[in-house]
Design a protein around this ligand. Structure first.
Ligand SMILES: [Zn+2]
Length: 134
């Protein structure tokens, strides 16, 4: 899918994988890496392909759609309960994130979700997921 390839230099001068990822999030892009040697997709951001050890990779833009693989409701004292889920993103990586916008009991395994971005003070944008209506 060549259209998903990102030219990171268009977005940031960073080279370290983690700040590149964050800079892209801050621009509303959910990105992941694809190994140039083995073609494996990997996430979270890192220097080396976990499959073959290559240090050459390409950043790609995710369409931001996926499926809830697992979900847990956390209920902090004196705060609203919220859902932490593992999201299987369609491009082939798994991301831990929040599922928001619906009652926690309505978050189900296998539910289709789509990314949105939330700005967090002193941190920058984070990805969250909302239900996609079938
Ligand atoms: Zn590889």
């Amino acid at each position: 899918m060549p259209s998903a390839v990102l030219n990171v230099a268009d977005f940031t001068d960073e080279i370290h994988p983690e700040p590149v990822y964050q800079a892209l999030l801050d621009k509303g892009v959910l990105a992941y890496q694809r190994c140039d040697v083995s073609n494996d997709v990997f996430f979270p951001p890192r220097w080396l392909c976990p499959v073959c050890g290559s240090d050459t990779y390409t950043w790609e833009r995710s369409a931001g759609e996926g499926t809830v693989y697992s979900a847990t409701t956390l209920s902090p004292r004196n705060k609203e309960p919220y859902v932490v889920g593992l999201i299987d993103v369609d491009e082939g990586f798994r991301l831990m994130s929040n599922v928001v916008g619906l009652p926690v009991e309505d978050v189900t395994i296998g539910m289709r979700v789509s990314v949105q971005f939330k700005d967090v003070e002193d941190r920058g944008a984070i990805p969250q997921f909302v239900k996609v209506d079938a």
